[in-house]
Design a protein around this ligand. Structure first.
Ligand code: NAP
Ligand code: G4F
Length: 379
């Protein structure tokens, strides 16, 4: 019998990790995912992979990128053919508040893994999740593999460290260690405090009357937004290539945050106009005359990355990869899922409101609800 390929994925509970688990299971791998201990469940994105059947090819193991001995024990036991290091404190804004922690996980985490790979006596292919945030205040447009880095956050700086050590372990020790320089990629599984998901869920809630408005930061920031599922296909291809290297993965289109808001409003059949400038700018729903978008200084960052636009020609040529989902399609699919999610929230909200009304009616009449039902039945 042919031995199954074994993959170890850090960040398996995250957006990309969950899609990568699905992809590798479809491809016949045995998948081992790293899971952090949390006080509440953090496996919502992957629960479906073991809910239906006990899947012997999918195993989650407790651990943390801050804990070398734990990582060593897992790697030595699992003996993976491939390691995908997707685990990270991945929020750029939060990295300004949690700078040291971000560096520990995002910069030293990959170094810990590389040190283990260098010291075990079986070959492992290593993928490091790097980021277009490394280009920061861009020194060239579009950004490609040869564009110099100019990071603007503790997150960006940590990813530059990760990029450099991955490259050094490749050239210095001959490891099969590759960097993916991925531009922003989103999905319905995106964390709710990243701007795209905040907009798709927020505007859906506004539309259904669950919240009055949405507060955002810099509306002028431009990003090259793709679809996470397309990008994990690229990640897998990077490790299947005959030689290791560094690859930019991007759509080659850039849009402002404001344009993303407009696209989502359009999908929700809300007619939106902008009034005012800078911090005073507001998005108005022209049908109701109500303000539905406000600019809030809390969401601005000490340093901003104004514009990102990737050139993924190398990946398209060498890996035969190209994105399938466009900006419009991405906004549409995320809006559709979040509107459905908000509708479920609205049903729950109404049920609770009705229950409260029902209970307060009972209390006002000095009866509990079961007594009131009895009285009504008698009437
Ligand atoms: P994500 O949804 O935030 O997932 C991050 C994952 O890392 C989660 O599974 C998280 O666990 C885990 N993690 C956090 N701290 C950890 C620690 N100390 N030890 C072990 N695991 C830890 O991020 P994503 O969007 O899937 O991104 C995946 C990777 O690609 C990240 O490295 C990110 O920096 C990088 N990247 C993302 C993009 C993008 O646009 N999405 C672009 C470029 C690069 P919990 O579930 O327990 O929190
Ligand atoms: O959605 P974001 O938080 O993503 P950001 O900072 O570009 O980082 C993401 O992409 C990187 C790749 O380039 C990844 F490496 C990283 O892990 C992460 O996945 O913000 C996008 C833009 C920023 O310019 C931000 O200032 O949107 C702007 N923005 C405006 N209002 C906002 C908001 N961002 C957030 N999170 N929340 C807002 O209310």
């Amino acid at each position: 019998m042919v031995e199954k390929k074994r993959a170890f994925i850090t960040g398996a509970t995250g957006q990309d990790g969950s899609y990568l688990c699905e992809l590798l299971l479809e491809k016949g791998y045995q998948v081992f995912g790293l899971q952090r201990r949390a006080s509440l469940p953090n496996t919502a994105r992957i629960d479906h992979l073991y809910e239906d059947t006990e899947n012997p090819d999918f195993v989650m193991l407790y651990g943390d990128l801050a804990d070398s001995s734990n990582l060593f024990r897992i790697i030595n036991k699992v003996k993976p053919h491939e390691i995908y290091n997707l685990g990270a404190q991945s929020h750029v804004g939060i990295s300004f508040d949690k700078a040291e922690y971000t560096a520990n996980i995002d910069a030293l985490g990959p170094l810990r893994l590389l040190e283990i790979i260098r010291n075990v006596d079986f070959p492992i292919r290593f993928y490091q999740a790097c980021s277009s945030e490394m280009f920061g205040k861009v020194l060239e447009t579009p950004q490609k593999e040869t564009t110099p880095f100019n990071p603007q956050s503790p997150y960006g700086a940590s990813k530059v460290f990760a990029f450099n050590v991955t490259k050094q372990y490749r050239t210095g020790y001959g490891l099969f260690a590759s960097n993916g320089i991925l531009f922003n990629h989103e999905s319905p599984r995106r964390g709710v405090n990243f701007v795209t998901r905040k907009i798709t869920l927020g505007l859906s809630r506004v539309k259904l009357g669950l919240q009055p408005l949405l507060r955002l930061g810099n509306l002028d920031a431009k990003r090259d937004w793709g679809f996470s599922k397309d990008y994990v296909e690229a990640i897998w291809r990077i490790l299947q290539h005959k030689e290791p290297g560094d690859f930019v993965i991007a759509t080659g289109e850039t849009h402002t945050v404001r344009e993303f808001v407009e696209e989502v409003a359009h999908n929700l059949d809300m007619s939106l106009t902008w009034k005012g400038k800078g911090m005073e700018e507001r998005g108005i729903d022209t049908k109701t005359g109500k303000t539905i978008i406000e600019v809030d200084p809390r969401y601005f960052r000490p340093n901003e990355v104004d514009m990102l636009l990737g050139d993924s020609s190398k990946a398209r040529k060498v890996l035969k990869w190209k994105p399938k989902v466009t900006f419009k399609k991405l906004a549409a699919l995320m809006t559709e899922e979040d509107f459905a999610y908000a509708e479920r929230e609205a049903i729950l909200h109404n049920t609770i409101a009705n229950q409260r009304k029902f209970m307060s009616y009972g209390l006002q009449n000095g009866k509990n609800s079961s007594q009131r039902k009895t009285r009504r039945a008698k009437n």
